[in-house]
Write a protein that binds this ligand. Structure first.
Ligand code: HEM
Length: 459
């Protein structure tokens, strides 16, 4: 018996040592691999100035031209590897996603809430993602088309005859849709309170993370606390009523989900953050592109007029019957590529195509470079929705990301854009005011000054 145990022990030891030897020899082989080509600039500041002194896309594109589709740089205090081929983006986001974790500055995590799904990997992330998808999949959102319709009609009515900042107004619309999809009908009661706190929170989002009385960051953190308190009140009222709902809050509170109030609050705030400026930027770009392309606007208007049945509210079947307008959205997402890239961090040394991506380095898949590659999308700067009459090749079109963290709100985003475009094109005309040549980044790409337009009802 003793000899059997000893035999087992030594076999185990031998296997363990072999594994260590193999691992350390493969680690040292990995360490010998070259880093991707590129430059890392000055100590600590790296190439941050080069990135921000020009349009960031010019920086990425000139690097790609010089070094190819994988290159290194150093920005915002971090060594980075940037990748701009569909294959490399798939490697980072899909096939080897476990080797690349999402990464955000600590101050942003604190502000939005550390337990929000986009900061996580593994079981906690999968569980939350399932709950978010449950509330935003077509089966769930087909029931809220008429409510989105009402919000779009009211927004447009309030802009009638006015000179508006398109982005600011679209933010209000997208915010209202997000609240409705999160809280259902409860939203009306809390809308103004939630809005007031959220606006203070977002003002501090890009501020210096100095938590001293009077700083923007400090005000933001207080607003964050107040938001969590409002959410706790909503949760407590719902628990007393014991009513089941299909909105996002209902999905988070569902039987057996076992989420704490804090986890729910972090994720509600996170979803509002992910849902609002993204959708509002895309809507702003669509208004610009339609304004600049009268024949495309005409085609969209005719499609929408064929759907419109007088003043009846839209339904899900109508939404699924808008191919021309849907292609306009697809092409806008490609040309504007409002999320030019995303951030990941290598959790261990990784080899890609003979290069070393060292542990701890940031890895940035450059969506915009892929969407603007002439090999994938011929004449890439041209706004041409008809190119989407043929589906793009896999992994070449990622406006909503790809893989484990791909956008769970994409169906809702498309729904709210289609509904607004329906009413905008059938009932209103608009003209752009002021110069429309430059792009601002805040952080999403946006037409200059948020695209001021004058809008009026068609006679
Ligand atoms: C046109 C509008 C939108 C665009 C272009 C967009 C784009 C994206 C992209 C590219 C990602 C992946 C980021 C990454 O991999 O790092 C993402 C993630 C996410 N989006 Fe969206 N999004 C939009 C609207 C929305 C809406 C309306 C919602 C919610 C209702 C939403 C909720 C989220 C969430 C929660 C995540 C994180 C998912 C995860 O980490 O698993 N987004 N979005």
């Amino acid at each position: 018996m003793v000899s059997l145990i000893l035999c087992f022990f030594f076999s185990f030891l031998a296997l363990f040592l072999l594994h260590r030897m193999f691992k350390s020899s493969s680690n040292s082989a990995m360490k010998k691999l070259p880093l991707p080509p590129g430059t890392i600039g000055w100590p600590y500041i790296g190439e941050t100035f080069q990135l921000y002194s020009q349009n960031p896309n010019v920086f990425f594109t000139s690097k790609q031209k010089r070094y190819g589709s994988i290159f290194k740089t150093h920005i915002l205090g971090c060594p980075c590897v940037m990748v701009s081929s569909p294959e490399a983006a798939k490697f980072v986001l899909v096939t080897k996603s476990h080797l690349f974790k999402p990464t955000f500055p600590a101050s942003k995590e604190r502000m939005l809430g550390r337990q929000a799904l986009f900061f996580h990997q593994g079981d906690y992330h999968s569980k939350l993602r399932k709950l978010v998808l449950r509330a935003f999949m077509p089966e769930a959102i087909k029931n809220i088309v008429s409510q989105v319709d009402n919000l779009a009609v009211h927004s447009l009515q309030s802009w009638d005859g006015q000179l508006i900042n398109t982005f600011q107004e679209m933010k209000t619309y997208a915010f209202n849709v997000a609240l409705m999809s999160i809280f259902g009908k409860d939203e009306i009661l809390y809308r103004e309170e939630l809005k007031r706190c959220y606006y203070v929170l977002e003002r501090g989002y890009n501020s210096m993370p100095i938590n001293l009385p009077g700083t923007l960051f400090n005000k933001s953190m207080k607003a964050r606390k107040e938001l969590a308190q409002i959410l706790a009140r909503i949760l407590s009222t719902r628990r007393q009523r014991k009513e089941e709902t299909t909105d996002l809050l209902g999905s988070f509170m569902g039987d057996g989900e076992g989420l704490t109030d804090e986890q729910i609050a972090d994720n509600v705030i996170g979803v509002i953050f992910a849902a609002r400026d993204t959708t509002a930027s895309v809507l702003t770009w669509i208004v610009k592109y339609l304004g600049e392309n009268p024949s495309i606007l005409q085609a969209v208007t005719e499609e929408q007029q064929s759907i419109s049945g007088g003043d009846k509210l839209l339904n899900w079947a109508d939404i699924k019957n808008m191919p021309i307008t849907s292609r306009v959205i697809q092409e806008t997402l490609r040309v504007a590529s409002i999320l030019s890239f995303t951030f990941r961090e290598a959790v261990e040394d990784v080899e890609y195509e003979g290069y070393l991506i060292p542990k701890g380095w940031k890895v940035l898949p450059l969506f915009r470079n892929i969407h603007h590659s002439a090999d994938i999308f011929p004449d890439p700067e041209k706004f041409d929705p008809s190119r989407f009459e043929v589906a793009p090749k896999p992994n070449t079109y990622m406006p909503f990301g790809n893989g484990t963290h791909a956008c769970p709100g994409n169906e809702l985003a498309k729904l709210e854009i289609l509904v607004l475009l329906h009413h905008l094109t059938t009932k209103y005309r608009w003209s752009m005011v002021g110069p429309q040549t430059s792009i601002q980044y805040g952080p999403f790409a946006l037409p200059q000054n948020g695209l001021p337009i004058r809008l009026s009802r068609k006679t």
